[in-house]
Design a binder for this molecule. Structure first.
Ligand code: ZN
Length: 191
């Protein structure tokens, strides 16, 4: 079955760019859509034109004698992509349950049940917990929630002390600075 695709034919089965050698991924690589973000590991991307799946990894080591800065895209099967995404979702759900157990112990009272949307937000923050928090626009994007819906979800989670919000505007904000970009959401760091 010979398939051609304007976007991912250029990527092939595997494409590696060694940035220390001045190499860059081709512009087509930026057109792939992020489907599953994994801090410190492989992201999963999909070609918006033909639906093909890829893992994407950026390896970085700032050793002064042998620095490594390499981006790599690897084509994977649709089954493998779906399996990996499902596996990570289950792991996040387990990590969320563990986090809520710890939080209940700290707070000394229940935090109640999470709605489906609330769980989506907490799962995302759990996945990023070793990586700091998540800024508001990206949180909306990754959780698939519109700003109004997200506003309500965050308010409910904050009032139950499940998450925390930190807004840190620059000392001299420019008129075009959107406070949303400086709004970070975290799990309750006392848990
Ligand atoms: Zn494609």
């Amino acid at each position: 079955m010979a398939m051609t695709c304007d976007i991912c034919d250029r990527i092939g089965e595997r494409l590696r760019a060694d940035h220390d050698e001045g190499e860059e991924l081709p512009p087509e690589a930026r057109k792939l859509v992020l489907r599953d973000e994994q801090p410190y590991s492989t992201d999963i991307l999909q070609c918006p034109s033909c639906g093909a799946w890829f893992t994407s990894e950026y390896r970085c080591d700032n050793d002064i004698y042998s620095p490594i800065h390499v981006s790599e895209l690897v084509r994977i099967s649709a089954d493998k992509a779906r399996e990996t995404i499902e596996w990570r979702k289950n792991r996040d759900r387990e990590d969320r349950r563990e986090y809520l157990r710890r939080l209940r112990k700290k707070l000394g009272h229940g935090v109640g049940e999470l709605s489906e949307e609330e769980a989506r937000v907490v799962d995302h923050l759990v996945r990023r917990s070793g990586h700091g928090g998540q800024n508001l626009p990206d949180l909306e994007k990754f959780c698939g929630l519109a700003p109004a819906a997200m506003g309500e979800v965050l308010a409910r989670l904050e009032s139950r002390k499940i998450i925390e919000r930190v807004v840190s505007m620059p000392a001299a904000p420019r008129p075009e600075d959107d406070p949303r970009n400086f709004t970070m959401l975290y799990l309750n760091r006392r848990a």
